[in-house]
Design a protein around this ligand. Structure first.
Ligand code: SAM
Ligand code: SF4
Length: 337
């Protein structure tokens, strides 16, 4: 039975009984990088007037927290390119009931704002890093400079972020020879690291993503010939599985959205920078929350009722790389990774 929409609800539950307590909130689809797996070379971005304002983003965050969401991750696009982002971070950081306010960033602009982010309540930061070789890094990101990201990682550590995690998308023939180098970097600097399987979102210049996919299983096997990997009990609902190496505090994650289907324990939804509530990363099911907010400015009950009602269309699972299903045309930067 789908849940009856009710703004007084304090838990979001979908029709499969999954509790949604995690929101990924995208603050922009723009970015100063053009990573080959995320974007096409020529991207058209959302016109600024179509973006949710920072106040609207805070309102959406508040609605989800009142509905039982305890963890919000700010993402994009690149969140740190959004002007005055800090005011949103401060607003969300004050929400009673929000246990964790997190950020995913490419790290290039982190150095100057890391301290302020911590003061505003950001507890953990994920930073994308797919190569430690400056030229290769520039090729993968198309516009990025490795030294700026390394400075950003160092600044996050100095600022006292509890856990800094590296996210590395591994592509065969591009950076799969750096799996151990990236892991060693994480171990040496006391960072967590997650190895991510590339997902087929949007039409990028990468024509054969499926062939270049390096599965988590293969990455684990390669690591195991250098280090003993122990499965860790610290799993969170979603596509990540965690491991540890004896004697190290680093958590080693594998995000296997393609080769493992953990949809049955999915606990998350996404809101794009335009206010589309996306019920699943790999499906197009969505609800236009911007329309709701702009038709009923300041009406929290109407917004919460719309969010509760949306749970009825959260799909059971994604179907990445299924030839019988249409490809998801949405790019990752527009999805809120
Ligand atoms: N700009 C920030 C960053 O790069 O961390 C946040 C947004 S980015 C879309 C979030 C995460 O999605 C990054 O870790 C990135 O590596 C990952 N990502 C982007 N496109 C992807 C794809 N097609 N498959 C798997 N991961 C992807
Ligand atoms: Fe930008 Fe992040 Fe996408 Fe790279 S992965 S293009 S840094 S949004």
């Amino acid at each position: 039975m789908p849940p009856m929409p009710d703004s007084k609800s304090t838990v979001l539950t979908d029709r499969f009984g999954r509790v949604v307590n995690y929101l990924r909130l995208s603050v922009t689809d723009r970015c100063d990088f053009r990573c080959v797996y995320c974007m096409a070379e020529d991207m058209v971005f959302v016109p600024r007037q179509q973006l949710l304002t920072l106040e609207e983003l805070a309102f959406v965050g508040q609605a989800f927290v009142e509905l039982g969401v305890s963890r919000i991750r700010l993402t994009g696009g690149e969140p740190l390119v959004r002007r005055n982002l800090m005011s949103l971070v401060h607003s969300l950081g004050k929400l009673a009931g929000l246990d964790e306010l997190l950020l995913t960033t490419n790290g290039a602009r982190l150095e100057s704002v890391a301290g302020e982010l911590v003061n505003a309540g950001i507890k953990r930061i994920n930073i994308s890093l797919d190569s430690l070789q400056p030229l290769r890094f520039a090729t993968i990101t198309r516009t990025g400079e490795l030294h700026r990201v390394l400075s950003g990682i160092a600044a996050a550590k100095r600022a006292g972020i509890e856990r800094v995690k590296i996210n590395a998308v591994i592509m065969r023939g591009q950076n799969d020879d750096e799996i151990i180098a990236l892991l060693d970097f994480a171990l040496e600097h006391g960072l967590d690291i997650s190895f991510i399987e590339e997902m087929p979102l949007g039409v990028t210049s990468r024509s054969d993503r499926q062939r270049e996919l390096v599965s988590s299983q293969e990455i684990r096997a390669r690591i195991s010939s250098f280090y003993p990997l122990m499965a860790s009990a610290e799993t969170s609902p979603g596509p990540s599985r965690y491991y540890r190496i004896p004697g190290s505090s680093s958590r080693i994650g594998f995000i296997s959205a393609n080769t493992h289907n953990f949809c049955e324990s999915c606990n998350r939804v996404r809101v794009t920078c335009e206010g589309q509530l996306l019920l699943c990363l790999g499906n197009e099911h969505s609800v236009d929350l911007r329309a709701v907010i702009r038709a009923h400015p300041g009406d929290m009950d109407v917004l919460k009722t719309a969010i509760v009602a949306a749970m009825a269309i959260k799909p059971e699972r994604h179907h990445f790389y299924d030839p019988d299903r249409p490809q998801v045309v949405r790019f990752m930067n527009a999805t809120g990774g």
